[in-house]
Design a protein. Structure first.
Length: 573
């Protein structure tokens, strides 16, 4: 920097050129681009690849008279100081408390010109803010690390004292107290950590908890809206205590560390009754734990809230009100198959109808429905249970999953003898569902006779209504999903991220469907043992909407994003 150059009286572009971090031609190019994006010149330069984020932060600080926050200062920020600023506020306003003394708090900010945020920090902390400038990605990384530290330290004095755990023994009602004050002094930190994992998972509506050992630390991730997110990374020394604690709750063998184990226990939290299925798998760094969380408190979905388009909703309602036949829903684990079938049962149940389900596990408890939990260890299998249900005079039967030829054979016989049968299978799409049933061993003439409808589904994340932002998609992006630019609205929506959605840009999910009502020509193809491609083409000729097309409809109405549809569906060939 030349001796007579004063950055505080210069434009940002001039400072960057003077620092040797940008060229005048690059600045001019960015200024042209800025007119269409309305973003700050620094952001535009970074997005165009003409400037490093660190160099931008340096120049911005020079212009405003502030120092730049380096990597070490941010990532080693004092968590006690950071805690003075609520996490929601910090993420929303892109600020991080770094250190403090009796009168001053050092704060890293992405936008030091945000005087409203600075005044709010002063009111929140009763200290005078001393500002450092930080680049957006470094600040985001530091926010995740520092606020994550709060999960692991002794600052968390209270966890879920109101939670109790029911023993993993079937039928036992013995309650295990999770309170830290009931544990020994050396066990209390582990008890507190396990409680904290449950607390965070329940608060964030998680469906799964993963405890994954690596060489130096343990990654604890929870699945929110179908996507895993890291919530804490305790040291590897904590793994043994974590796994032992979970084994004790699940009544598993704490001495066995070489073989996989499966168990269960129930968590009772205020207003919730959650069944937790535990799977433990030995890995090279120790035992990995995956826990599936099933909220059994109540079922508040219906066919409309699931996201059925009107055309599909009318077809589905018509089929599920038939007196007999079979409805099969397919998709991978966690795609909402059981939820759709529960919503169907909720739609058709009445005092005139005897509805029975056979499930593993029972995911929701439905009033007015007889639900049977399979326990294979004691011989209560799908097959044996279904044979007993034949003598229970059912009108409607839900089979949690068709896994083998025996279950499939009983389901088909139910459907052909005056019963309405709902079930699920694992298949990639609706045409593949039909061929999957044939692969299991059901004769083609039986599949063709009993099937009323097959449906594949996926869950896509909803864009957060609080922060989703409009943008104009490029031709290349539209080409990736096969959209004709002339048929697309001028602006679509994309994820941004805010405190309300954990900075993911998404909150909640909805289902998309690929549905095949079994028309006469389709039944004939099945009778003739047609291959999957022939069945798919016939379904398309009957105006079947594919999963990709269904997802794109939700992109065009602003419910989800192109990125999410690409993540959840495959290209139509």
């Amino acid at each position: 920097m030349s001796a007579d150059f004063n950055p505080q009286f210069s434009k940002l572009g001039e400072i960057l050129v003077n620092n040797g971090k940008a060229t005048e031609s690059g600045i001019n190019e960015a200024l042209v681009q800025q007119k269409t994006t309305n973003e700050k010149i620094g952001t535009t330069l970074i997005e165009m690849g003409l400037l490093e984020e660190d160099d931008f932060a340096t120049a911005y600080g020079q212009q405003l008279g502030y120092k730049k926050a380096d990597n070490f200062i941010l990532l080693e920020a004092d968590s006690e100081v950071a805690a003075l600023i609520p996490e929601d506020f910090a993420r929303e306003n892109r600020v991080l408390g770094v250190s403090s003394n009796d009168t001053t708090i050092v704060v890293a900010m992405e936008d030091p010109e945000d005087v409203v945020a600075i005044d709010s920090i002063k009111r929140l902390t009763s200290l005078n803010p001393d500002i450092l400038v930080a680049g957006p990605s470094l600040l985001e990384k530091a926010l995740d690390k520092v606020y994550g530290e709060i999960q692991k330290t002794a600052e968390v004095e209270q966890t879920i004292d109101s939670i109790t755990v029911v023993s993993g023994d079937e039928g036992s009602q013995e309650e295990v107290d999770l309170s830290p004050d009931k544990a020994s002094e050396e066990d209390a930190p582990i008890v507190k950590l396990v409680n904290l994992i449950f607390q965070e998972s329940i608060k964030e509506r998680a469906t799964d908890i993963h405890i994954e050992p690596m060489e130096n630390q343990v990654y604890i991730r929870i699945r929110i809206d179908g996507v895993l997110q890291t919530i804490m990374t305790p040291p590897i020394a904590s793994l043994s205590g974590l796994v032992t604690r979970i084994k004790i709750l699940s009544n598993l063998n704490i001495a066995e560390k070489r073989l996989p184990q499966d168990g269960r226990f129930s968590v009772k939290a205020p207003g919730k009754d959650i069944d937790i299925r535990v799977s433990i798998l030995p890995t090279v760094y120790g035992e990995k734990v995956v826990m599936r969380l099933l909220d059994k408190t109540g079922f508040d979905f219906n066919l409309t809230s699931l996201g059925f388009p009107k055309r599909n909703l009318n077809t589905f309602k018509k089929v599920i009100n038939q007196p007999y036949g079979m409805v099969v829903v397919s998709g991978p684990t966690g795609s909402g198959k059981s939820t759709s079938l529960y919503a169907a049962l909720k739609e058709i149940k009445s005092e005139k109808t005897n509805i029975t389900t056979v499930e593993d596990p029972v995911e929701y408890q439905l009033d007015g429905v007889n639900q049977v939990q399979v326990f294979e260890d004691i011989g209560l299998t799908f097959g044996s249970t279904l044979r007993s249900i034949l003598r229970q005079d059912p009108d409607v039967l839900l089979i949690g999953e068709i896994r083998d030829g025996e279950t499939a054979d009983i389901a088909v016989k139910f459907a052909l003898t005056g019963h309405l049968v709902f079930s699920t299978v694992h298949a990639n799409d609706a045409p593949g569902t039909i061929t999957r049933l044939l692969d299991i061993g059901i004769a083609p003439f039986l599949v063709g006779s009993c099937l009323n409808l097959v449906m594949a589904q996926r869950l896509v994340r909803r864009l957060c209504n609080n922060c989703k932002e409009e943008y104009v998609p490029s031709k290349q992006e539209l080409g990736l999903v096969g959209l004709d630019p002339s048929s697309v609205p001028k602006a679509l929506y994309k994820a941004k991220g805010c405190a309300e959605c954990r900075n993911t840009g998404y909150k909640g999910r909805l289902a998309i469907f690929e549905m095949i009502p079994m028309a006469r020509e389709l039944r004939k193809l099945v009778f003739d043992n047609a291959n999957e491609d022939e069945i798919r083409q016939a379904a398309l000729d009957n105006e079947m909407v594919t999963l990709r097309e269904a997802g794109l409809e939700r992109v065009l109405d602003g419910t989800t994003s192109i990125e999410e549809v690409l993540r959840s569906t495959v290209e139509d060939l």
